[in-house]
Design a protein around this ligand. Structure first.
Ligand code: GDP
Length: 170
């Protein structure tokens, strides 16, 4: 019974771990050998959300490398109810690009549920963004902030659970 379905877009600069995050969350049921050439694509995942008291069907859309060309199509955003705004611990440009990513998403999807995600926290020794800066960015953007390590499966499910809850409250 999938009464609740949410399209989730995962945005941020190339290399921050978007594809990896989607694959991780969906437990490797997907092989992405062809994805980068196909354009947009998505994976689905059923998630039990305690605060809602039922399963939510999530459709996770990957930009499939389109961000390299600043050419994400309207189709990618169409109907999205939630967004992960991701940057990498080791990529300053991906952090600096966050406000513009947020604007792009809101332009296409006003009122969308969104969360800020700092991925690759296993590489904290090589961090190019301080924790104070990251927290200040979250406040500035008005977003809940998560630190994830997709590699070690840290906090990934929490991000999507939060988005499903936030979407439900809207
Ligand atoms: P995308 O371009 O945003 O989709 O990024 P990818 O998912 O292709 O990931 C870019 C690179 O970062 C790949 O080599 C991943 O293996 C790596 N990566 C993703 N998540 C993590 C993480 O949590 N820690 C580390 N160390 N590497 C990661």
């Amino acid at each position: 019974d999938f009464e609740r379905e949410i399209k989730v877009v995962v945005v941020g600069n190339g290399g921050v771990g978007k594809t990896s995050m989607i694959k991780r969350f969906c437990k490797g049921v997907f092989t992405d050998d062809y994805k980068k050439t196909i354009g947009v694509d998505f994976l689905e995942k059923q998630l039990y959300v305690p605060s809602i008291g039922q399963d939510v069907q999530l459709y996770l859309w990957d930009t499939a490398g389109q961000e390299e060309f600043d050419s994400i199509t309207k189709t990618y955003y169409r109907g999205a109810g939630a967004a992960v705004l991701a940057f990498s611990t080791t990529d300053r440009a991906s952090f600096d690009a966050l406000p513009s990513w947020r604007s792009k998403v809101l332009e296409q999807c006003p009122g969308i549920a969104m969360a800020l995600v700092q991925n690759k926290v296993d590489l904290i020794e090589q961090a190019v963004v301080s924790s104070q800066e990251a927290e200040a960015m979250a406040r500035r953007l008005g977003l809940k902030f998560y630190r994830t390590c997709v590699k070690q499966d840290l906090n990934v499910t929490e991000v999507f659970t939060y988005l499903a809850e936030l979407h439900d409250r809207k």
